[in-house]
Design a protein around this ligand. Structure first.
Ligand SMILES: NC(=O)c1ccc[n+]([C@@H]2O[C@H](COP(=O)([O-])OP(=O)(O)OC[C@H]3O[C@@H](n4cnc5c(N)ncnc54)[C@H](O)[C@@H]3O)[C@@H](O)[C@H]2O)c1
Length: 461
Protein backbone atom coordinates (compact mmCIF):
# COMPACT_ATOMS: atom_id res chain seq x y z
CA UNK A 1 0.00 0.00 0.00
CA UNK A 2 1.31 3.47 -0.84
CA UNK A 3 0.60 6.64 1.13
CA UNK A 4 1.68 10.27 0.82
CA UNK A 5 2.47 12.73 3.60
CA UNK A 6 2.39 16.47 2.90
CA UNK A 7 4.56 18.59 5.25
CA UNK A 8 7.69 17.11 6.85
CA UNK A 9 7.73 19.00 10.16
CA UNK A 10 7.43 17.35 13.59
CA UNK A 11 4.15 15.60 12.73
CA UNK A 12 4.65 14.84 9.03
CA UNK A 13 8.16 13.45 9.32
CA UNK A 14 7.29 11.23 12.28
CA UNK A 15 4.16 9.99 10.45
CA UNK A 16 6.18 9.26 7.30
CA UNK A 17 9.02 7.34 8.99
CA UNK A 18 6.72 5.35 11.29
CA UNK A 19 4.47 4.18 8.44
CA UNK A 20 7.55 3.36 6.34
CA UNK A 21 9.03 1.47 9.30
CA UNK A 22 6.03 -0.90 9.37
CA UNK A 23 6.40 -1.63 5.67
CA UNK A 24 4.25 0.88 3.76
CA UNK A 25 5.56 2.72 0.74
CA UNK A 26 5.65 6.39 1.78
CA UNK A 27 6.16 9.47 -0.40
CA UNK A 28 6.73 12.59 1.72
CA UNK A 29 6.43 16.11 0.32
CA UNK A 30 7.57 19.51 1.54
CA UNK A 31 7.67 22.82 -0.28
CA UNK A 32 10.92 23.61 1.54
CA UNK A 33 13.49 22.27 -0.94
CA UNK A 34 16.45 22.51 1.46
CA UNK A 35 14.57 20.37 4.00
CA UNK A 36 13.91 17.75 1.32
CA UNK A 37 17.60 17.78 0.31
CA UNK A 38 18.63 17.20 3.95
CA UNK A 39 16.08 14.39 4.35
CA UNK A 40 17.22 12.64 1.16
CA UNK A 41 20.71 12.51 2.73
CA UNK A 42 19.24 10.71 5.76
CA UNK A 43 19.59 13.71 8.07
CA UNK A 44 16.68 14.91 10.17
CA UNK A 45 16.14 18.69 10.17
CA UNK A 46 14.48 18.38 13.60
CA UNK A 47 15.63 16.74 16.83
CA UNK A 48 13.44 13.87 17.93
CA UNK A 49 14.88 10.85 19.76
CA UNK A 50 15.05 7.77 17.47
CA UNK A 51 13.82 9.64 14.39
CA UNK A 52 17.04 9.71 12.39
CA UNK A 53 17.69 5.96 12.80
CA UNK A 54 14.23 5.14 11.41
CA UNK A 55 14.70 7.67 8.62
CA UNK A 56 17.97 6.07 7.52
CA UNK A 57 16.66 2.48 7.69
CA UNK A 58 13.51 3.32 5.69
CA UNK A 59 15.52 5.21 3.07
CA UNK A 60 17.94 2.30 2.76
CA UNK A 61 15.03 -0.15 2.55
CA UNK A 62 13.62 1.87 -0.36
CA UNK A 63 10.25 2.40 1.36
CA UNK A 64 10.55 6.16 1.86
CA UNK A 65 11.03 8.89 -0.73
CA UNK A 66 11.08 12.69 -0.49
CA UNK A 67 9.62 15.16 -3.00
CA UNK A 68 9.00 18.84 -3.50
CA UNK A 69 6.11 18.33 -5.94
CA UNK A 70 2.86 16.90 -4.59
CA UNK A 71 1.98 15.38 -7.98
CA UNK A 72 4.98 13.02 -7.79
CA UNK A 73 3.93 11.83 -4.36
CA UNK A 74 0.25 11.28 -5.16
CA UNK A 75 0.93 8.86 -8.01
CA UNK A 76 -0.63 5.50 -6.98
CA UNK A 77 -1.38 6.74 -3.46
CA UNK A 78 -4.29 5.39 -1.45
CA UNK A 79 -4.23 7.90 1.45
CA UNK A 80 -2.68 11.37 1.57
CA UNK A 81 -2.05 12.85 5.03
CA UNK A 82 -2.07 16.65 5.34
CA UNK A 83 0.48 17.55 8.04
CA UNK A 84 1.22 21.23 7.37
CA UNK A 85 1.22 23.93 10.05
CA UNK A 86 -1.88 25.70 11.37
CA UNK A 87 -0.27 28.61 13.26
CA UNK A 88 -2.28 31.15 15.19
CA UNK A 89 -3.68 34.00 13.10
CA UNK A 90 -3.85 37.54 14.51
CA UNK A 91 -7.50 37.15 15.51
CA UNK A 92 -6.75 33.99 17.54
CA UNK A 93 -8.12 31.55 14.94
CA UNK A 94 -6.05 28.82 13.32
CA UNK A 95 -4.47 30.11 10.12
CA UNK A 96 -5.72 27.63 7.56
CA UNK A 97 -3.94 28.94 4.48
CA UNK A 98 -1.40 26.08 4.31
CA UNK A 99 -4.04 23.36 4.74
CA UNK A 100 -6.34 24.87 2.11
CA UNK A 101 -3.42 25.36 -0.26
CA UNK A 102 -2.64 21.65 -0.02
CA UNK A 103 -6.35 20.86 -0.57
CA UNK A 104 -6.23 22.95 -3.77
CA UNK A 105 -3.08 21.17 -4.94
CA UNK A 106 -4.77 17.80 -4.34
CA UNK A 107 -7.86 18.95 -6.25
CA UNK A 108 -5.67 20.02 -9.17
CA UNK A 109 -3.98 16.61 -9.17
CA UNK A 110 -7.34 14.79 -9.06
CA UNK A 111 -8.69 16.92 -11.92
CA UNK A 112 -5.72 15.82 -14.04
CA UNK A 113 -5.63 12.24 -12.75
CA UNK A 114 -9.25 11.32 -11.96
CA UNK A 115 -9.95 8.21 -9.94
CA UNK A 116 -12.84 6.02 -10.90
CA UNK A 117 -12.33 2.82 -8.91
CA UNK A 118 -10.34 3.50 -5.74
CA UNK A 119 -11.06 6.77 -3.96
CA UNK A 120 -8.21 8.98 -2.85
CA UNK A 121 -8.55 9.37 0.92
CA UNK A 122 -7.49 12.82 2.11
CA UNK A 123 -6.72 12.61 5.84
CA UNK A 124 -6.09 15.76 7.87
CA UNK A 125 -3.51 15.27 10.62
CA UNK A 126 -2.94 18.98 11.15
CA UNK A 127 -4.91 20.37 14.10
CA UNK A 128 -7.84 22.12 12.42
CA UNK A 129 -11.10 23.78 13.46
CA UNK A 130 -14.32 21.82 13.50
CA UNK A 131 -15.83 21.83 10.03
CA UNK A 132 -12.52 21.68 8.16
CA UNK A 133 -13.12 18.21 6.68
CA UNK A 134 -16.27 19.45 5.00
CA UNK A 135 -14.50 22.65 3.82
CA UNK A 136 -11.72 20.57 2.25
CA UNK A 137 -14.35 18.36 0.64
CA UNK A 138 -15.98 21.46 -0.84
CA UNK A 139 -12.67 22.87 -2.17
CA UNK A 140 -11.91 19.62 -4.01
CA UNK A 141 -15.47 19.07 -5.22
CA UNK A 142 -15.88 22.63 -6.57
CA UNK A 143 -12.59 22.41 -8.43
CA UNK A 144 -13.55 19.09 -10.02
CA UNK A 145 -16.93 20.52 -11.05
CA UNK A 146 -15.25 23.60 -12.53
CA UNK A 147 -13.05 21.30 -14.62
CA UNK A 148 -16.01 19.09 -15.50
CA UNK A 149 -14.21 16.06 -14.10
CA UNK A 150 -15.64 13.33 -11.95
CA UNK A 151 -13.22 11.72 -9.50
CA UNK A 152 -13.68 9.65 -6.38
CA UNK A 153 -12.29 10.93 -3.06
CA UNK A 154 -13.14 11.14 0.63
CA UNK A 155 -11.97 13.55 3.32
CA UNK A 156 -11.17 12.16 6.76
CA UNK A 157 -10.17 13.78 10.04
CA UNK A 158 -7.27 11.96 11.71
CA UNK A 159 -5.78 14.28 14.35
CA UNK A 160 -2.32 13.59 15.74
CA UNK A 161 -1.63 13.32 19.49
CA UNK A 162 2.14 12.76 19.57
CA UNK A 163 4.30 14.65 22.06
CA UNK A 164 7.54 16.21 20.89
CA UNK A 165 10.41 14.42 22.63
CA UNK A 166 8.43 11.12 22.70
CA UNK A 167 6.97 11.37 19.23
CA UNK A 168 8.19 8.04 17.82
CA UNK A 169 7.05 6.01 20.78
CA UNK A 170 3.71 7.89 20.93
CA UNK A 171 3.10 7.15 17.24
CA UNK A 172 4.12 3.48 17.49
CA UNK A 173 2.17 2.85 20.73
CA UNK A 174 -0.71 5.32 20.60
CA UNK A 175 -3.08 5.93 23.53
CA UNK A 176 -5.68 6.41 20.80
CA UNK A 177 -6.07 6.68 17.05
CA UNK A 178 -9.01 8.90 16.21
CA UNK A 179 -10.59 8.79 12.78
CA UNK A 180 -13.54 10.94 11.78
CA UNK A 181 -15.08 9.68 8.59
CA UNK A 182 -18.44 9.08 6.95
CA UNK A 183 -17.94 5.87 4.99
CA UNK A 184 -17.46 2.41 6.43
CA UNK A 185 -15.18 1.39 3.55
CA UNK A 186 -12.82 4.30 4.25
CA UNK A 187 -12.86 3.53 7.95
CA UNK A 188 -11.72 -0.02 7.16
CA UNK A 189 -8.83 1.24 5.03
CA UNK A 190 -7.72 3.63 7.78
CA UNK A 191 -7.93 0.82 10.33
CA UNK A 192 -5.78 -1.43 8.12
CA UNK A 193 -3.17 1.33 7.88
CA UNK A 194 -2.98 1.72 11.64
CA UNK A 195 -3.30 -2.00 12.47
CA UNK A 196 0.48 -2.50 13.08
CA UNK A 197 0.32 0.15 15.83
CA UNK A 198 -2.84 -1.27 17.40
CA UNK A 199 -1.65 -4.87 17.67
CA UNK A 200 -1.66 -4.93 21.45
CA UNK A 201 -4.38 -2.37 21.97
CA UNK A 202 -7.29 -2.35 19.53
CA UNK A 203 -9.25 -0.44 22.20
CA UNK A 204 -7.18 2.56 21.14
CA UNK A 205 -9.16 2.79 17.89
CA UNK A 206 -11.89 5.46 17.90
CA UNK A 207 -14.03 6.12 14.84
CA UNK A 208 -16.58 8.91 14.81
CA UNK A 209 -18.00 11.80 12.75
CA UNK A 210 -15.34 14.20 11.36
CA UNK A 211 -16.70 17.03 13.54
CA UNK A 212 -16.29 14.95 16.73
CA UNK A 213 -12.80 13.91 15.72
CA UNK A 214 -11.74 17.52 15.03
CA UNK A 215 -13.17 18.62 18.39
CA UNK A 216 -11.47 15.72 20.25
CA UNK A 217 -8.03 17.05 19.36
CA UNK A 218 -8.75 20.59 20.58
CA UNK A 219 -10.52 19.31 23.71
CA UNK A 220 -7.50 17.13 24.60
CA UNK A 221 -4.99 19.95 24.31
CA UNK A 222 -7.30 22.38 26.10
CA UNK A 223 -7.76 19.93 28.99
CA UNK A 224 -3.98 19.49 29.39
CA UNK A 225 -3.36 23.23 29.20
CA UNK A 226 -6.06 23.83 31.82
CA UNK A 227 -4.49 21.28 34.13
CA UNK A 228 -1.14 23.06 33.85
CA UNK A 229 -2.62 26.49 34.54
CA UNK A 230 -4.56 25.09 37.51
CA UNK A 231 -1.44 23.55 39.09
CA UNK A 232 0.54 26.73 38.47
CA UNK A 233 -2.08 28.70 40.41
CA UNK A 234 -2.01 26.19 43.28
CA UNK A 235 1.81 26.42 43.29
CA UNK A 236 1.71 30.22 43.44
CA UNK A 237 -0.75 29.95 46.30
CA UNK A 238 1.53 27.43 48.06
CA UNK A 239 4.30 30.02 48.14
CA UNK A 240 1.99 32.57 49.77
CA UNK A 241 0.61 30.24 52.44
CA UNK A 242 3.77 28.30 53.32
CA UNK A 243 2.76 24.98 51.68
CA UNK A 244 5.07 22.83 49.55
CA UNK A 245 3.66 22.02 46.10
CA UNK A 246 5.73 18.79 45.91
CA UNK A 247 3.78 17.34 48.83
CA UNK A 248 0.45 18.72 47.61
CA UNK A 249 1.04 17.36 44.09
CA UNK A 250 1.92 13.85 45.29
CA UNK A 251 -1.13 13.57 47.48
CA UNK A 252 -3.53 15.11 44.93
CA UNK A 253 -2.20 12.80 42.19
CA UNK A 254 -2.73 9.72 44.35
CA UNK A 255 -6.47 10.05 43.67
CA UNK A 256 -7.09 7.71 40.73
CA UNK A 257 -9.76 10.03 39.36
CA UNK A 258 -7.09 12.73 39.03
CA UNK A 259 -3.90 10.77 38.23
CA UNK A 260 -0.25 11.71 38.61
CA UNK A 261 0.70 13.11 35.22
CA UNK A 262 0.64 16.73 34.17
CA UNK A 263 0.70 18.06 37.72
CA UNK A 264 4.15 19.71 37.62
CA UNK A 265 4.09 23.47 38.13
CA UNK A 266 6.38 25.56 35.94
CA UNK A 267 6.92 28.86 34.13
CA UNK A 268 3.74 28.61 32.00
CA UNK A 269 3.05 26.47 28.95
CA UNK A 270 4.55 27.23 25.54
CA UNK A 271 5.24 25.20 22.44
CA UNK A 272 3.62 25.11 19.06
CA UNK A 273 0.33 23.55 20.20
CA UNK A 274 -1.23 24.49 23.57
CA UNK A 275 -1.26 28.31 23.23
CA UNK A 276 -2.58 28.33 19.66
CA UNK A 277 -5.01 25.45 20.14
CA UNK A 278 -6.61 26.89 23.28
CA UNK A 279 -6.92 30.20 21.51
CA UNK A 280 -8.45 28.58 18.40
CA UNK A 281 -11.00 26.72 20.53
CA UNK A 282 -11.96 29.93 22.33
CA UNK A 283 -12.46 31.64 18.99
CA UNK A 284 -14.58 28.74 17.75
CA UNK A 285 -16.74 29.11 20.87
CA UNK A 286 -17.14 32.85 20.20
CA UNK A 287 -18.11 32.18 16.59
CA UNK A 288 -20.94 29.84 17.59
CA UNK A 289 -22.05 31.92 20.60
CA UNK A 290 -20.60 29.69 23.32
CA UNK A 291 -18.39 31.55 25.81
CA UNK A 292 -15.73 29.06 27.00
CA UNK A 293 -15.02 30.71 30.36
CA UNK A 294 -12.67 28.05 31.77
CA UNK A 295 -10.45 28.24 28.69
CA UNK A 296 -10.37 32.02 28.79
CA UNK A 297 -9.11 31.77 32.38
CA UNK A 298 -6.58 29.09 31.36
CA UNK A 299 -4.98 31.46 28.86
CA UNK A 300 -5.08 34.42 31.28
CA UNK A 301 -3.43 32.35 34.00
CA UNK A 302 -0.77 31.28 31.53
CA UNK A 303 0.00 34.84 30.47
CA UNK A 304 0.51 35.67 34.16
CA UNK A 305 2.68 32.59 34.71
CA UNK A 306 4.92 33.34 31.71
CA UNK A 307 6.04 36.48 33.59
CA UNK A 308 6.60 34.72 36.92
CA UNK A 309 10.35 34.31 36.38
CA UNK A 310 10.74 37.96 35.48
CA UNK A 311 8.83 38.94 38.63
CA UNK A 312 11.02 36.73 40.82
CA UNK A 313 14.20 38.15 39.23
CA UNK A 314 12.96 41.73 39.65
CA UNK A 315 12.19 41.08 43.31
CA UNK A 316 15.59 39.49 43.91
CA UNK A 317 17.43 42.53 42.50
CA UNK A 318 14.87 45.01 43.91
CA UNK A 319 14.04 46.54 40.54
CA UNK A 320 10.85 47.44 38.68
CA UNK A 321 10.44 45.04 35.70
CA UNK A 322 9.06 47.96 33.64
CA UNK A 323 11.91 50.36 34.48
CA UNK A 324 13.27 51.76 31.18
CA UNK A 325 16.60 52.91 32.71
CA UNK A 326 18.30 49.50 32.35
CA UNK A 327 18.42 48.69 36.09
CA UNK A 328 20.19 45.36 35.47
CA UNK A 329 23.25 46.97 33.80
CA UNK A 330 26.36 45.28 35.16
CA UNK A 331 24.43 42.12 36.07
CA UNK A 332 25.07 38.83 34.36
CA UNK A 333 22.31 36.22 34.33
CA UNK A 334 22.62 32.65 33.08
CA UNK A 335 19.72 30.65 31.62
CA UNK A 336 19.75 26.88 31.52
CA UNK A 337 17.27 25.73 28.89
CA UNK A 338 15.80 27.50 25.87
CA UNK A 339 13.41 24.89 24.40
CA UNK A 340 9.77 25.08 25.48
CA UNK A 341 10.24 21.71 27.22
CA UNK A 342 12.92 19.04 27.55
CA UNK A 343 13.89 16.57 24.79
CA UNK A 344 13.03 18.87 21.91
CA UNK A 345 14.78 21.58 19.90
CA UNK A 346 11.47 23.42 19.48
CA UNK A 347 11.51 26.98 20.86
CA UNK A 348 8.12 28.08 19.53
CA UNK A 349 6.35 30.12 22.28
CA UNK A 350 9.17 29.20 24.67
CA UNK A 351 9.30 31.11 27.97
CA UNK A 352 13.03 31.68 27.35
CA UNK A 353 12.28 33.81 24.27
CA UNK A 354 10.28 36.33 26.32
CA UNK A 355 12.58 36.19 29.32
CA UNK A 356 15.81 36.81 27.40
CA UNK A 357 14.13 39.73 25.62
CA UNK A 358 13.04 41.20 28.98
CA UNK A 359 16.46 40.77 30.60
CA UNK A 360 18.23 42.47 27.70
CA UNK A 361 15.71 45.31 27.82
CA UNK A 362 16.56 45.70 31.51
CA UNK A 363 20.29 45.92 30.69
CA UNK A 364 21.53 42.48 31.81
CA UNK A 365 24.20 40.46 30.04
CA UNK A 366 22.67 37.04 29.40
CA UNK A 367 24.53 33.74 29.03
CA UNK A 368 22.45 30.84 27.73
CA UNK A 369 22.79 27.10 27.40
CA UNK A 370 20.58 24.40 25.92
CA UNK A 371 21.53 20.86 24.92
CA UNK A 372 20.01 21.12 21.42
CA UNK A 373 17.85 24.24 20.98
CA UNK A 374 20.50 26.98 20.72
CA UNK A 375 20.49 27.20 16.91
CA UNK A 376 16.69 27.42 16.74
CA UNK A 377 16.77 30.01 19.53
CA UNK A 378 19.25 32.21 17.62
CA UNK A 379 16.97 32.09 14.59
CA UNK A 380 13.80 32.79 16.60
CA UNK A 381 15.03 35.75 18.65
CA UNK A 382 14.25 39.01 16.88
CA UNK A 383 16.75 41.87 16.63
CA UNK A 384 20.47 41.97 17.40
CA UNK A 385 21.67 39.63 20.07
CA UNK A 386 25.01 41.11 21.09
CA UNK A 387 24.10 40.89 24.78
CA UNK A 388 23.67 37.12 24.59
CA UNK A 389 26.50 34.67 25.13
CA UNK A 390 25.81 31.17 23.80
CA UNK A 391 27.73 28.57 25.83
CA UNK A 392 28.08 24.91 24.83
CA UNK A 393 28.91 23.91 28.39
CA UNK A 394 26.25 24.54 31.07
CA UNK A 395 28.79 24.95 33.86
CA UNK A 396 30.94 27.44 31.90
CA UNK A 397 27.75 29.38 31.11
CA UNK A 398 27.45 30.28 34.80
CA UNK A 399 30.90 31.96 34.98
CA UNK A 400 30.73 35.35 36.76
CA UNK A 401 26.94 35.22 36.91
CA UNK A 402 24.88 36.94 39.56
CA UNK A 403 22.06 34.46 39.06
CA UNK A 404 21.31 31.12 37.40
CA UNK A 405 17.75 30.68 36.05
CA UNK A 406 16.58 27.16 35.12
CA UNK A 407 13.94 27.37 32.41
CA UNK A 408 13.80 23.93 30.75
CA UNK A 409 13.62 20.62 32.64
CA UNK A 410 16.52 18.82 30.89
CA UNK A 411 17.27 15.83 33.14
CA UNK A 412 21.02 16.39 32.68
CA UNK A 413 20.86 19.68 34.59
CA UNK A 414 19.93 17.69 37.68
CA UNK A 415 23.16 15.72 37.40
CA UNK A 416 25.42 18.80 37.35
CA UNK A 417 27.72 19.22 40.30
CA UNK A 418 26.55 22.50 41.84
CA UNK A 419 29.75 22.86 43.83
CA UNK A 420 31.58 23.45 40.52
CA UNK A 421 28.90 25.97 39.54
CA UNK A 422 29.24 27.75 42.90
CA UNK A 423 32.99 28.18 42.36
CA UNK A 424 32.37 29.97 39.03
CA UNK A 425 29.41 32.17 39.89
CA UNK A 426 29.64 35.62 41.42
CA UNK A 427 26.74 34.83 43.78
CA UNK A 428 25.25 31.48 44.73
CA UNK A 429 21.75 32.26 43.50
CA UNK A 430 19.33 30.03 41.57
CA UNK A 431 15.77 30.59 40.42
CA UNK A 432 14.46 27.23 39.23
CA UNK A 433 11.23 27.20 37.23
CA UNK A 434 11.24 23.39 36.99
CA UNK A 435 11.86 22.41 40.62
CA UNK A 436 14.87 20.27 39.64
CA UNK A 437 16.70 20.55 42.96
CA UNK A 438 15.80 20.07 46.60
CA UNK A 439 15.41 23.36 48.49
CA UNK A 440 16.54 21.60 51.66
CA UNK A 441 19.79 20.33 50.08
CA UNK A 442 20.52 23.69 48.54
CA UNK A 443 19.83 25.49 51.80
CA UNK A 444 22.43 23.27 53.49
CA UNK A 445 24.93 24.15 50.73
CA UNK A 446 24.34 27.88 51.31
CA UNK A 447 22.46 28.77 48.11
CA UNK A 448 19.72 31.32 47.64
CA UNK A 449 17.30 28.97 45.91
CA UNK A 450 13.85 29.87 44.74
CA UNK A 451 11.59 27.49 42.83
CA UNK A 452 7.88 27.30 42.04
CA UNK A 453 5.48 26.59 44.90
CA UNK A 454 8.16 25.52 47.39
CA UNK A 455 9.99 27.23 50.25
CA UNK A 456 12.62 29.79 49.30
CA UNK A 457 16.07 29.46 50.89
CA UNK A 458 18.41 32.37 51.62
CA UNK A 459 22.01 32.70 50.51
CA UNK A 460 24.52 31.93 53.21
CA UNK A 461 27.30 34.50 52.50
N1 LIG B 1 4.35 19.63 16.84
C1 LIG B 1 3.56 18.84 17.56
O1 LIG B 1 3.93 18.35 18.62
C2 LIG B 1 2.17 18.53 17.08
C3 LIG B 1 1.46 17.49 17.70
C4 LIG B 1 0.17 17.20 17.22
C5 LIG B 1 -0.39 17.96 16.21
N2 LIG B 1 0.32 18.99 15.66
C6 LIG B 1 -0.30 19.74 14.57
O2 LIG B 1 0.23 19.23 13.33
C7 LIG B 1 0.38 20.29 12.37
C8 LIG B 1 1.83 20.37 11.91
O3 LIG B 1 2.63 20.73 13.03
P1 LIG B 1 4.23 20.65 12.96
O4 LIG B 1 4.72 21.02 14.32
O5 LIG B 1 4.63 19.36 12.36
O6 LIG B 1 4.50 21.83 11.92
P2 LIG B 1 5.90 22.28 11.29
O7 LIG B 1 5.83 23.75 11.17
O8 LIG B 1 7.03 21.64 12.04
O9 LIG B 1 5.87 21.60 9.82
C9 LIG B 1 5.01 21.97 8.80
C10 LIG B 1 5.70 21.66 7.47
O10 LIG B 1 4.76 21.83 6.41
C11 LIG B 1 5.46 22.35 5.29
N3 LIG B 1 4.49 22.93 4.35
C12 LIG B 1 3.71 24.04 4.47
N4 LIG B 1 2.93 24.22 3.39
C13 LIG B 1 3.21 23.20 2.54
C14 LIG B 1 2.74 22.81 1.25
N5 LIG B 1 1.82 23.53 0.61
N6 LIG B 1 3.24 21.72 0.67
C15 LIG B 1 4.19 20.98 1.32
N7 LIG B 1 4.67 21.28 2.53
C16 LIG B 1 4.19 22.38 3.14
C17 LIG B 1 6.42 23.34 5.90
O11 LIG B 1 7.48 23.65 5.01
C18 LIG B 1 6.88 22.57 7.14
O12 LIG B 1 8.02 21.77 6.87
C19 LIG B 1 -0.14 21.55 13.07
O13 LIG B 1 -1.49 21.72 12.77
C20 LIG B 1 0.02 21.21 14.56
O14 LIG B 1 -0.88 21.93 15.36
C21 LIG B 1 1.59 19.28 16.06
Amino acid sequence: MKIAVVGTGYVGLVTAVCFAHVGLEVAAVDKDASKIETLRLGKSPIYEPGLEDLLVSSLQGGRLSFHTQIGEALEGTCVVFICVGTPQAQDGQANMKYVFQVASEISEYLAQNPRTINSLIVATKSTVPVGTASKIHKIIEEHLISKDVSSSFEVVSNPEFLKEGDAISDFMNPDRVVVGCLSEETQKIMHTLYAPFLKNNDGAWFSMKPESSELTKYASNAMLATRISFMNEIANLSEKVGADIDDVKRAVGADKRIGKSFLNPGPGFGGSCFPKDVSALLTLGDQVGEDLKVLRATLQANQYQKKILLKKIAKLFSIDPLDASKPLLGRRITLWGLAFKANTDDVRESVALDLVGDLIRLGAKVAVHDYIAMENFKRALPGDNLSIIYEADPIQATKDSDLLVIVTEWANYQKINLEKVARLMKYKQIIDARNLFSPYELAKAGWMYESIGRPKTEMNL
